[in-house]
Design a protein around this ligand. Sequence first.
Ligand code: CA
Length: 695
Amino acid sequence: MTYSLRQTGSFAGAAAGALLTASVIGAAPPGQLVDGGWHSVGQNDWEQRYSPLTQIDVASVDQLGLAWFADMDTEATQEATPIVVDGILYVTTAWSMVKAFDAATGEPLWAYDPEIDRKKGADACCDVVNRGVAYADGKVFLGALDGRLIALEARTGREVWSEQTTDPALPYTITGAPRIARGKVIIGNGGAEYRVRGYVSGYDIETGKMAWRWFVVPGDPRLPFEQPELEAAAKTWNGEWWTLGGGGTVWDSMAYDPALNSLYVGTGNGTPWNQELRSPGGGDNLFLASIVALDPATGKYKCHFQETPGETWDYTSTQPIIVATLRYETGPRKVILHAPKNGFFYVLDAETCRPVSVEKFAYSTWATGWDKTTNRPIENPAARFGTTGKAVILTPFAQGLHNWHPMAFSPETGLVYLPVTVSNAVYAPAKNFTPKLNGWNTGTDFAAGRDLYKEPGAPKPGEIESYLLAWDPVAQKEVWRAPNSVYGATGVVATAGGLIFSGNHAGEFAAYDAKTGKRLWAAPAGARVVAAPAAYAIRGKQYVAVLVGARGLPEGQPRTSTISGNNSRLLVFALGGKVQLPTELASGTTAAAKAFDPPLSTATPETITAGAQAYAPNCAACHGANGVAGQGAIAPDLRYSALLRDGAQWGRIVIHGERAARGMPGFGKTLGAKDSDAILAYVIKRANDAKAEGK
Ligand code: CA
């Protein structure tokens, strides 16, 4: 070891302070236990994603190395922040699976699979992701993609209770982490691209019984309103908005302040996006795209602020919410910090929800500025494509200038650290919009208006730039930015060691100086990184953990995991860590999944050649060139597939899209049964070749 611990021994009581700065202990946000753990996805009730640990700091970070890693068995995107309680690390992966590890050694302790019906994947707008679990009273709480809220025994992973929180007949999903407040486990849902009515619910931690439910948007006004404030909210809507649900889903962010007894939730976009179809003639459409404060014990409304009135661009307010005490010249003030998709940075009073200050944190064109008198955005009149009936290029597009990727606040620097993505796209109204029972109902035409990019002065289309931004919320000013070499957003953590940790889409996990943005350290992640890290300490040793893997691999990155086409893994770093990630796909070694066991190759050379010719243009982009899922492959290596022995099912998958919900589209429009059989023969031949070579 080339570093010295400031304190060794049991990580409890006074010893815990050894890794912490005294000033931060004094100001520890509520819900933050000073035991070295990371107890909730946001680290504490205020969701600052700030670790008080200091062992890994600006001076020691160059000795940071991989301590352990664990492969994840899915090809989908990994968005979860791990939590660490009593030495156990709990993390969710895609398809709402939960895994528990010894947080120091990486020894797997248990795994839980809610066995989501894979057809449910069609209701997930943006991959079958999950952003983590909550912990309370010896139980781990999971929001499952199919709408179940599940309590597991933390020690064993045994199911304690399970409640269906949504109507299974409707396209609701859950991808967000549950939160804990006042003896309740609180969960929202997603689905506003489809046809749902958003709400958030509180369930009793012990029994799983629903205690309250708060609806974001009013229902049919001819029926009694579920909550008194919905009567006033209904006056901000027109037409028959409730027929498609209205949207407003609480699909990700919450924060809690025990002193004010306020649970803050961020609400989503309207359904359909096009407001003219949803609420003809306009209106603010409360409580879409808002921050809402609720009493977490009862679900009763306390206050709100609507960030995007009359939302029509998928500009949700579901982005991460942080509660903080900011030091103004006039004195300290408890505020909500929020940087939603629409590109304004909001500092709101935590008690009243009223704006303290609002400024643009990045380039946008949908609004020219913020009206400080009315506290509303000054819209670009052309932006309301539903009203004008005309296509328009806008920044940002639906992914927002900042999306779900967690931001962090450091009480030491007083800065917020957030990933910014600058994009643009055409918004155009759909002609002859007819709502669908299945699939998206946005009321927009994604194919229209492409010619606008040919006009003089038009921007370069699509994804323009992305960077890690340090923002001063008191001055409402940029302090520094660290540009990404490859476009894309990644979650962030700040530490008392003066560091900001974040991955990137180039396949790295990196540390930055919190004060200057200087990049101090980076390690290969072997995958694209979108999730946020967590920092924790066990027996006097600090760790930084991050779940990596998103659809596709970074350029030049080969597949190195036999159980995940996108190298999905949990990576855990510590000072002096010496573990190396695999640099190539190990085959034929230990696990059964790695062994080639193909049926005999009996097809004619002509059939195999025809199969190779059909494979190249149709299959290679995802499954790899020449039947080998090597560099750049995002889907499984078919040579290992059990389906090589089941030509009938192979055909149903290739031609009829039986696994469309798992990301494998049907090719019935371009391939016939003969092609499917020939591709199968070709892959069988390639598997036999590999087996013969002993690979
Ligand atoms: Ca949306």
